[in-house]
Ligand binder design. Structure first.
Ligand SMILES: [Fe+2]
Ligand SMILES: [Fe+2]
Length: 290
């Protein structure tokens, strides 16, 4: 990137995203608490009750057409958790609160598509990390890296909406990959932009590196390479499920090095893909009912 180039100007603007928004902090904390393996229905209800916005969303979802035929009117959170079950409530809480972290004000990115892809990638990153013999990464770090791997798209769209709109039109019109179009028109791609901002937010180095290298995982520094490879594999698998890189018309390239290094057996990947497909479908319905 040369001095005074467009990339340099964008990098300057990205530096203004110098702190994780309060909503983001709140989300990570809530998610960490909800993900505790031994949490019970009362515990979940207590956590969600502290967030009036989320509580309202959950009650709206429970009483929507999607569920109400089955349960009748539900007015309290505890009742909602008891009726829906822990997993469903976790799914609903996550899906809604994640969309609230960085509401897209630019109108360039379809927020539902974006978060559907991100949630799918996050679930898959965590599951693959758990079953990859060669990887020792914290499940929480894996989840966060998967969830935010494409956050650079949101940052680029927010700091330069017109340029990013042109990038997406170029990618769609010329059958060029999104990454190539970003580099060509903005001199920086979403992986680099995401890594830069998450580093400013002081997220763990392994997460920052995974985000920065998710399209070229074999370029990551050796100690943090496994998570970059896992995110890459998760991202690629989401494309296979039709929840691909939002805004990209071309299927992304796949690093065979990643598959080889991780020591995951294809059968486990098949199972993870099947499970994620189901989760993505349920989340998709959820996004449409509320
Ligand atoms: Fe990406
Ligand atoms: Fe992606």
């Amino acid at each position: 990137m040369s001095m005074g180039s467009i990339g340099e100007k964008i990098a300057l603007r990205l530096r203004a995203f110098n702190e994780l928004p309060v909503r983001g902090k709140h989300f990570l904390e809530t998610h960490r608490l909800i993900a505790e393996p031994d949490i019970d229905a009362a515990g979940i209800a207590r956590i969600i009750e502290k967030d009036p916005w989320l509580s309202a969303k959950i009650l709206a979802a429970v009483n929507s057409v999607y569920y109400s035929g089955r349960y009748g009117e539900i007015s309290g959170l505890k009742q909602a958790v008891a009726r829906l079950g822990l997993d469903e409530v976790k799914r609903i809480s996550l899906a809604f609160s994640v969309m609230n972290i960085f509401p897209d004000e630019s109108g360039v990115i379809n927020s539902r598509d974006f978060w559907l892809h991100s949630i799918g990638a996050a679930m898959m990153t965590r599951s693959i990390a758990e079953c990859a013999i060669a990887v020792k990464v914290d499940a929480d770090a894996a989840y966060v890296a998967g969830l935010f791997h494409d956050a650079g798209m949101l940052f680029l769209a927010q700091c330069c909406p017109e340029a990013y709109r042109a990038v997406r039109e170029t990618a769609a019109g010329y059958s060029e990959s999104l990454l190539v179009a970003e580099k060509k028109l903005m001199d920086i791609d979403h992986a680099e932009a995401g890594g830069m901002v998450l580093e400013q937010w002081k997220l763990p180095e392994v997460v920052v590196s995974a985000v920065r290298n998710h399209h070229e995982p074999d370029c990551a520094a050796v100690p943090v390479r496994p998570l970059a490879q896992v995110v890459h594999l998760a991202d690629f698998s989401c494309s296979l499920l039709g929840a691909g890189e939002p805004g990209d018309t071309l299927p992304q390239g796949f690093s065979h090095g990643a598959f080889h290094d991780l020591g995951v057996d294809p059968e486990s990947i098949q199972q993870i893909i099947a499970r994620t497909e189901e989760e993505i479908e349920r989340t998709k319905i959820l996004f449409h009912v509320v």
